[in-house]
Design a protein around this ligand. Structure first.
Ligand code: UDP
Length: 559
């Protein structure tokens, strides 16, 4: 990543009055969170070396008057005008402070239901979502980014078909990601092919809604433009760490945090590529960073300025944090392990298990020092004292991975050559550094003259920039072509497999896109959702290449 890209991210997002550099930001954040000089140095070093970064709101707001440090929130939406419009107000406050909000709209009575106080009829959850969408347009997050929302409807809500089709027209509900919360019962009907089964009879229109109508609606929506996402209610609740506090039916905007009503969560991500040492991961060093990160994120909870008392209360009860990884594909490339092979997955499984187990140990140590989380009694942790009800997640790391100059979250690299604009609007081609170095090495090893080496290197770069892949360049070594696969080269089954590997060792959930080729059929999309459900995922997002209008540019501009 060039310095100019980093500088423009810093200026647009993170620098506060009087600050000029990334060092200034690390200093402000470390001072705000550390309890003593030793911690201050540790936190500063971890961020400054780009080994660990907290989510954007912490970088933006720690040590400032705003003081709101979390990225993820869920809000309760009840079935009355005050309850709906309170949520709207709270959502606006959260967006203003840099957080994203998730809502499950299923409590709202369906369209056509009677409204007693006015003798009228209800307009249903989707009509209210439009109000939330419009409010988001008006409030730019913390003045620095646009608000993100997740809108969820349970598959057992009578307006589910309207919800599934709510984003069929591109541009509708543009500030929302939408997801259908399905349950095992529904998926079992799908799996056994009972498409004609009447799933719900709409209480006010008497329409008989079949399993097939819902399923086909979901699959068709995904095929058209990648929405709705699908969330798996039963799996989320089988893994709910505090079942005594109630079921979980909502996630934050990118899906990585299933949360109870009014909970919030701070995220932080370790850049795995910084822990590659020779041909292995430096596990001891990784473990030290995990321990530091757990303390760091736990301190965020105590220093957080929460937007409303309900959020402070719910967050204080469970003290959930979301520690995860970024730079995972970069680390695999450095180790020479293909993302879509068993060896790559084995490494990821080992690393994530190590991160998760170490995080749990550290939370246990913290519980000894400062006490268990208040809702510990009745939680799944039994006798093992814990400071935090949940510790791990995989965030998208959309901005912080740019800052760290690594691949985002656990996603495969999108393209090894892509166009960027500099500050004066001039475009230039950026190369993935590991790709470029390895390309030069393999072409250099062919025994050609230096001019021809340059020509060949340039030809590969041009080809990648044009087509997005090296797969079809026959003269490149097979091992090179096998290693440098992109998100679009990788088979969707391997995307799902990788998500499943991480999910096994993550308390919360995983933000990931399952990419499918443009030619993917509706049947394949259906297979992918079924595979995700069977693999124990808590949710999934599928994107079929080219199904949205802006994709032609995306291929060239996104990493
Ligand atoms: N988020 C948001 N607005 C944005 C991007 C992200 O509200 O424009 C929230 C959302 O809840 C998302 C979470 O922040 O799930 C984490 O996103 P990401 O890891 O991309 O954030 P970063 O810390 O890299 O900015």
């Amino acid at each position: 990543m060039t310095d100019s890209v980093v500088d423009s991210i810093l200026a647009a997002r993170y620098l506060r009055k009087g600050e000029k550099t990334f060092e200034d930001i690390c200093h402000r954040v470390a001072v705000a969170l550390a309890r003593n000089e030793g911690e201050r140095q540790e936190y500063y070093e971890a961020m400054h070396s780009l080994r660990f970064l907290p989510n954007s709101p912490t970088l933006m707001n720690a040590g400032t008057e705003i003081g709101q440090l979390s990225a993820c929130f869920t809000l309760y939406v009840g079935d009355s005008i005050p309850e709906i419009f309170h949520a709207l107000e709270w959502g606006a406050l959260i967006h203003k402070s840099g957080g994203g909000t998730g809502y499950n709209f299923s409590k709202i009575r369906p369209e056509g239901a009677p409204v007693q106080s006015t003798d009228g009829v209800a307009s249903g959850p989707i009509s209210f979502m439009k109000v939330f969408n419009a409010a988001t347009d008006v409030i730019k997050q913390g003045g620095r980014r646009r608000g993100a929302n997740m809108g969820i409807l349970n598959v057992w809500h009578p307006d589910v078909l309207r919800f599934i089709h709510a984003k069929n027209v591109e541009g509708e509900l543009s500030n929302f990601n939408i997801s259908v919360m399905v349950n095992d019962r529904f998926m079992e009907f799908v799996e056994s092919g009972q498409m004609g089964k009447v799933w719900i009879t709409h209480p006010y229109t008497d329409e008989e809604i079949t399993v097939g109508a819902i399923w086909n609606g979901i699959i068709d929506g995904i095929w058209r433009n990648g929405e709705p996402g699908v969330l798996f209610y039963d799996e989320i609740n089988r893994k709910n760490p505090t079942p005594q506090l109630g079921d979980i039916d909502t996630t934050n905007p990118c899906g990585e945090q299933p949360l109870l009503p009014f909970e919030s969560c701070v995220l932080g991500s370790i850049n795995l590529s910084k822990f590659v040492s020779g041909s292995a991961i430096d596990e001891e060093s990784l473990k030290r960073t995990v321990r530091m990160a757990v303390r760091f994120l736990d301190a965020v909870i105590d220093n957080n300025v929460f937007p409303i008392p309900q959020i402070e209360e719910a967050t204080g009860k469970t003290r959930k944090v979301g520690l995860g990884l970024m730079g995972v594909h970069d680390a695999l490339l450095m180790l020479g392990l293909p993302y879509d092979a068993e060896e790559g997955r084995r490494l990821c499984e080992r690393v994530m298990a190590l991160v998760n187990d170490t995080a749990v140990e550290e939370s246990h140590v913290l519980a000894g020092e400062r006490g268990v989380f208040p809702a510990f009694e009745g939680s799944v942790w039994g006798e093992y004292g814990m400071r935090n009800a949940a510790l791990t997640t995989i965030a998208p790391t959309g901005t912080i991975s740019l800052l760290a100059g690594c691949s985002s979250g656990v996603e495969p690299v999108f393209s090894y050559a892509y166009t960027r604009k500099n500050t004066v609007g001039k475009t230039f081609v950026m190369l993935h550094p590991i790709f470029e170095a390895e390309l030069r090495r393999v072409v250099g090893a062919l025994g050609l003259g230096s001019d021809e080496v340059e020509e060949r290197v340039q030809a590969v770069i041009d080809h990648v920039h044009e087509t997005g892949t090296v797969r079809d360049i026959g003269w490149l070594p097979v091992s090179f072509r096998r290693l440098f696969q992109t998100a679009l080269d990788i088979d969707w089954r391997d995307h799902v497999r990788m998500q499943a590997v991480f999910q096994r060792h993550v308390h919360a959930s995983i933000s990931k896109t399952i990419n499918m080729p443009n030619a993917a059929t509706r049947e394949e999309i259906g297979e992918a959702v079924l595979m995700a459900w069977r693999s124990g995922l808590k949710g999934m997002t599928i994107y079929r290449t080219g199904s949205r209008e802006d994709v032609v540019l995306a291929l060239k501009e996104k990493k």
